[in-house]
Design a binder for this molecule. Structure first.
Ligand SMILES: Nc1ncnc2c1ncn2[C@@H]1O[C@H](COP(=O)(O)OP(=O)(O)O)[C@@H](O)[C@H]1O
Ligand SMILES: O=C(CO)[C@@H](O)[C@H](O)COP(=O)(O)O
Length: 486
């Protein structure tokens, strides 16, 4: 019974699962919190990883480990492998102007957008690493001058794990010891496809675009195949390539073409597995690669589970009470609409936007109406994403709902009304970490395909569609003001 470990180093926390490689049976878990903010010192992720591994009983008895992580974050290293500045995360919007400039510089408007989509599968938005590199070059020239290599959160953690050989005995080590050779950085197709300088279509880096954005060439990680080895722990356990969190979630739920995975975590994502790469010049759909050698067209919103957190905070209730309140109000909340752009928004591209509440009357000024409108607002934004994915050719046989927000009974029950189709909710779990564990098992066991694991009985939620909810949302979603300070 070989054991394998999977890690999800996500925006809010680090989660570790240890599973039986053959059957997928869950054996142990651990987690640790990440700091808040859209700019984070990567050593905080390393510390959280060590804590989460220790809480999961260590890695001494595992045969393989893979790390999945939040996509896009810019981790800059100097020639000695030291982190140059805190990483800018996927939800940091300071590079919005850089994104606009990069599209302009490739022809502007539709021409520039088409050129980027054809080159790297996606039109750059503030989330993408390449825009953060441009921001760094223009705003922090001293830091930029020190940068020798750029990598992503999961690449950096994988590199550190291969270098330190710490097998999680409970020993927390967040110092700069360990690997320093930037030539040994590794990544995978899934995460590389979110940089803006790697092409899912050709499987090659676009060094020309990286150089164009940053001003000079940088070292980048070698892109491994789906079950290649990235390194080894001292106990002989292999380290898998890892991947971006959304590619890992698709692997974790065993998504196949026809499945649309909707994840409600810090980000909201709508994605599907595809046999051909996407290249959406509208910028709504990012043409990512997946973790199995295929592709993962994906729509991402910046505002998902935290809209529920924020609404619960405003109402002074916990998340269970928020769900109860939301279900107590009628569908459509009698016309109350929450536009959920609390962190600005990425899809649609409104980096400076703020959220809004529309339709306040004496009748709708109630906790239940606000709770309902918040759930409906975040789901409407995801339903727009589902439309964009379908417009790019995705077929929707099944919608699978995952992420922390899927634990909300209100989200599960209201989703079919807003999406207009039933949703399947797998048993509560850490599907990103599970996908990483499945990849680790694939690396350990070999084979053409990842091992087939069953994930337990999904609950099916169905309800009559209520199109009026999306119609009302569409009427007001652009009626927001920009934030006062960036
Ligand atoms: N019962 C629940 N109802 C609603 N939201 C929940 C519930 N449980 C957890 N969450 C939310 O899930 C979010 C974390 O989800 P997760 O998928 O772990 O995020 P990430 O992977 O981005 O760190 C938190 O914002 C949390 O409030
Ligand atoms: O930017 C994207 C996808 O393009 C996000 O999905 C990040 O990958 C962060 O994910 P979570 O921490 O919300 O899971």
């Amino acid at each position: 019974m070989p054991l394998v470990a999977g890690v999800d180093s996500s925006t809010q926390s680090c989660k570790v699962v240890i599973r039986d490689a053959d059957t997928g049976k869950l054996v142990r878990t651990g987690r640790a919190a990440h700091p808040d903010g859209t700019e984070v010192d990567p050593r905080a992720w390393w510390q959280a990883l060590q804590e989460a591994i220790a809480r999961a009983g260590g890695l001494a008895d595992v045969a393989a480990v893979s790390i999945a992580g939040q996509q896009h974050g810019m981790v800059c290293l100097d020639s000695a492998g030291t982190v140059v500045r805190p990483a800018l995360l996927w939800n940091d919007t300071r590079s919005a102007q850089a994104a606009t400039d990069l599209v302009e510089e490739l022809g502007g408007g539709q021409t520039g957008a088409r050129a980027w989509a054809d080159a790297v599968g996606s039109v750059p938005l503030a989330s993408f690493t390449i825009t953060k590199l441009r921001w760094l070059a223009r705003h922090e020239p001293d830091n930029a001058a020190r940068v020798a290599a750029v990598c992503l959160p999961h690449d950096w953690l994988t590199w550190r794990l291969s270098g330190t050989g710490d097998v999680g005995t409970g020993d927390v080590r967040a110092s700069d010891i360990g690997t320093s050779d930037i030539g040994t950085l590794r990544t995978d197709r899934g995460d590389a496809s979110g940089t803006g300088y790697w092409s899912p279509g050709s499987g090659e880096y676009r060094y020309d675009l990286l150089e164009h954005a940053f001003g000079r060439r940088l070292a980048v990680p070698v892109v491994l195949g789906p079950n290649d080895r990235a390194g080894e722990l001292p106990n002989g356990a292999v380290i898998g390539p890892g991947t971006g969190d959304n590619a890992a979630a698709a692997l974790g739920v065993g998504a196949v073409p026809g499945d649309v995975v909707v994840s409600i975590g810090t980000s909201g994502t709508v994605s599907s597995v595809a046999d051909t790469p996407a290249a959406d010049a509208s910028g709504a759909v990012a043409g990512f690669a997946d973790a199995t050698g295929r592709f993962l067209p994906l729509v991402c919103t910046l505002n998902a589970a935290r809209v529920l957190d924020a609404t619960a905070r405003m109402l002074g209730v916990d998340l269970d009470e928020l769900a109860r309140l939301a279900l107590a109000a009628p569908a459509g909340a009698d016309g109350l609409v929450v536009v959920p752009y609390l962190e600005g928004e990425r899809t649609p591209n409104r980096p400076l936007a703020t959220g809004a509440v529309h339709g306040l009357t004496l009748r709708t000024a109630s906790p239940a109406h606000l709770a309902r409108a918040a759930v409906e607002g975040l789901l409407c934004a995801l339903a727009d994403g589902l439309d964009a994915l379908v417009a790019q050719g995705a077929t929707v046989d099944r919608v699978i709902l995952v992420g922390g927000g899927a634990r909300s009974e209100a989200v599960r029950r209201i989703a079919p009304e807003v999406f207009g189709c039933p949703v399947r909710v797998p048993p509560p779990g850490e599907y990103v970490a599970d996908g990483a564990a499945r990849q680790a098992a694939w690396v350990a066991l070999g084979g053409v395909l990842p091992p087939s694991w069953t994930i337990g009985e999904a609950s099916e939620y169905d309800a009559s569609p209520v199109p009026a909810v999306r119609e009302r949302y569409a009427e007001v979603r652009d009626l927001t003001v920009d934030r006062l300070t960036v």
